[in-house]
Design a protein around this ligand. Structure first.
Ligand code: NAD
Length: 435
């Protein structure tokens, strides 16, 4: 049990004002110094990883092992970002005019609102807070109402290393605290990770005042199994991709597209695996009810029901005979539900992968280099994996999607610097008499 403030307009105003006040002095520090502070923060996180993982396991219901893995991912992101302190490269370029030196440098954006989902709380905070503050911004973090304690502890840890006001945390329901934050005229950047519907609302409202808006949204990710795949590996990766973290991953494989020739063999093994898969609970009763509602009337071949355990458990679920244009095929469920589709060849598989409003991650299992490369070339997705799961991102790799999975930005990787900085072109004319 934990109790936090249900923040509202006044708390948002205070948090943004604190950030506004702190930002110029923070930006005036060197990137090397800010990088060192982020490194210290990451190391402090490492020292408390078990305690933080316990809290995450408690507030989400996921296994301690999974929560520890997520804590490590958050730490790695901090260490990666800290290293940028000794880089944060700019550029120089040529000019048509003599005696002119042109250089491009990165500048902080200002005050950033960082709004995140519940699904992997620590990496979600780390992916936004570390690069945002490293780049010289001050920030207001709005965690999910489902994971307030991990956010409070993360905020407290940051307070030990960062000057007051550089990172502020506001709690509360998205509908209460989100709008005043998104619409605040002093917030120059809104960086959001969550559902497409909330993202649309944010884009519209922050867009009206022309703020910089960065959206990392959902997925309906596909994993293709070809007739030349290593079937055992393909089944293992499909199970992990569909059901780990109870399918509450933006990168979860919820569409399994299998070649006719191996459909029967794959189906049998996948169903056996699904029956035994130890997943975790969903985040809320509301989420469970929503998914059960969407499954109604469909051909469920395994699972499909609530498990009799404390919390909101949905048995790993496998569905068949769903049309590509059915709601179930196009809606992100964010739960442990995989739909099986049967195709005749790679052309059909690629067409089906792309027949989706989303385009976040994708995977193919094949022994053919040609098929792997063709798939990588033709699928509409921000991440492609050949012979693995529908994830595989690491802190130094840009992550994000196309279509309704995002607005074109990439988080993590050096690409994240484009989110949290603005380019400034500086023209130096060494001899004014010669211009
Ligand atoms: P959500 O959209 O319901 O909530 C996300 C956050 O937005 C929460 O903190 C919530 O309180 C807040 N919020 C709600 N209404 C708001 C408003 N009007 N203004 C501002 N903030 C508001 O999403 P969720 O259920 O927490 O997360 C699941 C979604 O997140 C899935 O769609 C998943 O795919 C996506 N996700 C994407 C990525 C990625 O990197 N692309 C990563 C993780 C999760």
């Amino acid at each position: 049990m934990c109790t936090v403030a249900r923040s509202g307009d006044a708390d948002v105003a205070a948090a943004v004002a604190a950030a506004r006040l702190a930002q110029p002095a923070w930006a005036a520090r060197t990137p090397v110094e800010r990088g060192q502070l982020v490194r210290e923060l990451a190391l402090a996180l490492q020292a408390r990883r078990e305690e933080l993982a316990d809290v995450v396991a408690e507030e989400t219901g996921k296994s301690r092992e999974l929560a520890l893995g997520e804590a490590d991912a958050a730490i790695e992101m901090g260490l990666f970002v800290a290293g940028e302190g000794r880089r944060l490269y700019g550029r120089t370029t040529t000019s048509a005019m003599p005696n002119r030196t042109v250089m491009a440098t990165r500048r902080p954006v200002g005050v950033a609102a960082l709004i995140v989902s519940f699904n992997t709380p620590l990496p979600n905070y780390a992916w936004k807070v570390f690069p945002a503050v490293f780049c010289g911004n001050a920030a207001v973090l709005k965690p999910s109402e489902h994971t307030p304690l991990s956010a409070s502890l993360f905020g407290e840890l940051c307070q030990e290393f960062l000057p007051p006001g550089v990172l502020n945390v506001v709690h509360g329901l998205g509908g209460d605290v989100g709008p005043p934050l998104v619409e605040h005229s002093d917030v120059e950047l809104v960086s959001f990770t969550g559902s497409a519907s909330t993202g649309q609302w944010i884009n519209e409202h922050a867009g009206r005042r022309l703020a910089k808006v960065v959206l990392e949204l959902g997925g309906k990710n596909a994993l293709v199994v070809c007739d030349d795949a290593d079937l055992e590996r393909a089944v293992e990766w499909s199970l992990a991709s569909a059901f780990s973290n109870a399918g509450q991953r933006c990168a979860a494989a919820s569409r399994l597209i299998v070649f006719d020739a191996v459909y029967g063999a794959f189906r049998e093994r996948f169903i056996d695996g699904a029956r035994e898969y130890e997943t975790g609970p969903l985040i809320s009763e509301e989420s469970l009810r929503r998914i059960l509602g969407l499954l109604e009337g469909s051909n469920v071949i395994v699972g499909g029901g609530r498990l009799d355990r404390p919390g909101w458990w949905l048995a790993p679920t496998v569905v068949e005979d769903v049309a590509a244009d059915a709601d179930l095929s196009r809606t992100e469920l964010f739960g442990p539900v995989a739909i099986l589709y049967r195709v005749r060849n790679l052309d059909e598989a690629i067409a089906l992968v792309n027949d989706s409003p989303y385009g976040l991650t994708s995977a193919i299992h094949t022994a053919s280099l040609h098929r792997g490369l063709r798939f990588a070339d033709e699928v509409e997705a921000g991440v492609v994996v050949v012979n693995g799961g529908t994830h595989g991102s690491e802190p130094h790799m840009g992550f994000g999607g196309v279509k309704q999975s995002g607005t074109g930005w990439r988080e993590a990787g050096v690409e994240v610097l484009d989110v949290y900085t603005e380019w400034k072109y500086v023209n130096l004319i060494s001899d004014p008499a010669l211009t």
